[in-house]
Design a binder for this molecule. Structure first.
Ligand code: 7TS
Length: 408
């Protein structure tokens, strides 16, 4: 399939709407959540219209269909990230829950007072707070790979930190603020040489470029469906089989057991051991459809398109007097442009852009320590996906000039 952005846009109902009469939406907030193509909406509707039943619990036809659809989606996800087996794909609610699962099940089994966990200064709160909680509870130590002025990880300091024999290196594949794409393969290889387990936050990478868990040799990978054209309410934890096998369950309840006595239980096998209670079945089906959709378009084509849009956006934004961009140059960066505009609060920028239908996010984007590092409370952030166009970038640039005029 050749990449035609107009054809792609036609797949997304939200992109056809106007936010007010005569004002079409210019959706530049895909880093927060992506829009959903018809294929995903239809798969979920079809599931509810035809096959709705609880999974793994009935012998009747609908229950068997629902179970098959739920498990077929798991196979699709496994193929999407090149997991050796779908047993290693655990459904969670989102990236946040996937990281917390590792923090509860793996880390609370393996880490004790004084053990070192290495994170980075560019983490989303969801890969900081679970470790803060463990530090308070267990006295584990946290160290951070610094972020340089240009928005890259300081790998020299990382190598030094590795000499302290960390137990875990947990880091984001791509920053949701700077857009930095981190050299995951190298970070993981060095971590393994130092004897550490690795956790990759793929919330911003899995949706945007091909992520191959076997090529990366990563131990755990966390991501969310809603950022990859799928529904909210479902995410994934991928893990290496031996690690997952050895981990105790996270939540207890139905489906995660093989046998229950009044005073004891035996946990189920993978992946069910980590999926207690009735899961998000329609959402799993939607995520499977999202994997199909992205695969059909082609992850390399998506990455190339986003790179072109991002390079263009950075070039145009840089020309605007008073705009300061954060993060590295386009070659190290995914589709994110976070910026400040001299003399105007980022929230005001976003609010005025909204008058013209331009959706950007303003705030600390759940990366407060990163903003502190750059001595700013907040940024405005435009972000791009497979359906973004240069015309939308032009509208953003015009909008920023309008903000400047408004604030004199
Ligand atoms: N990790 C990264 C790198 C993220 O960007 C996000 C969400 C998360 C984890 C958490 O994902 P969740 O699905 O569990 O919420 N980032 C953003 C954002 O940048 N704006 O809104 C959500």
């Amino acid at each position: 399939m050749t990449f035609d952005v107009n054809q792609i846009r036609a797949d997304f109902p939200v992109l056809q709407r106007e936010v007010r009469p005569g004002v079409p939406v210019v959706y530049l907030d895909s880093t927060a959540t992506a829009q959903k193509p018809l294929a995903v909406l239809q798969a979920m509707e079809e599931y509810y219209r035809r096959s709705n039943a609880n999974i793994h619990r009935g012998v009747h036809t609908l229950a068997e269909e629902a179970t098959a659809l739920y498990e077929q989606a798991r196979e699709k996800i496994a193929r999407f990230i090149n997991a050796p087996s779908s047993r290693q794909v655990i459904y969670t609610r989102n990236t946040t829950e996937a990281i917390n699962l590792v923090a509860y099940s793996w880390a609370r089994t393996h880490l004790s007072a004084g053990d070192l966990v290495i994170l980075t200064e560019m983490e989303h709160h969801s890969n900081l707070v679970p470790w803060h909680m463990l530090a308070m509870e267990r006295g584990i130590r946290l160290e951070f790979i610094p972020v340089t002025e240009s928005g890259l990880l300081d790998l020299e300091t990382y190598r030094q930190l590795l000499e302290q024999a960390p137990k875990l290196v947990a880091f984001t594949h791509m920053s949701n603020v700077l857009g930095t794409i981190n050299p995951a393969e190298e970070i993981i290889r060095l971590a393994h040489q130092a004897g550490a387990v690795t956790l990759l936050d793929g919330a911003q990478s899995v949706p945007h470029f091909a992520v191959d868990v076997q090529a990366l040799d990563v131990d755990f990978l966390a991501f969310s469906a809603h950022k990859m054209c799928g529904p909210t309410g479902i995410g994934v934890l991928y893990g290496k089989a031996d690690l997952l096998e050895a981990m105790p369950p996270f939540l207890g309840g139905g489906d995660m057991i093989r046998e229950v006595k009044l005073r004891a239980f035996k946990p189920n096998t993978l992946p069910h051991k980590f999926e207690a209670g009735t899961p998000a079945i329609a959402e799993a089906v939607g995520l499977g459809a999202a994997c199909d959709y992205l695969t059909d378009v082609g992850m390399d084509a998506i990455a190339a398109h986003e790179h072109e849009i991002t390079a263009y956006a950075l070039e145009r934004l840089e020309e605007i007097p008073g705009v300061k961009l954060f993060g590295p140059s386009a070659e190290h960066k995914g589709g994110v442009a976070a910026f400040t505009l001299e003399g105007v609060h980022p929230h005001d920028v976003a609010q005025i852009l909204d008058q013209d239908g331009i959706a950007v996010r303003a705030g600390h984007h759940c990366a407060q320590p990163l903003h502190e590092k750059f001595h700013i409370p907040a940024t405005s952030r435009a972000s791009f996906y497979l359906y973004s166009t240069k015309e939308e970038v032009d509208k953003l640039v015009q909008g920023i000039y309008k903000v400047k005029k408004y604030f004199g």
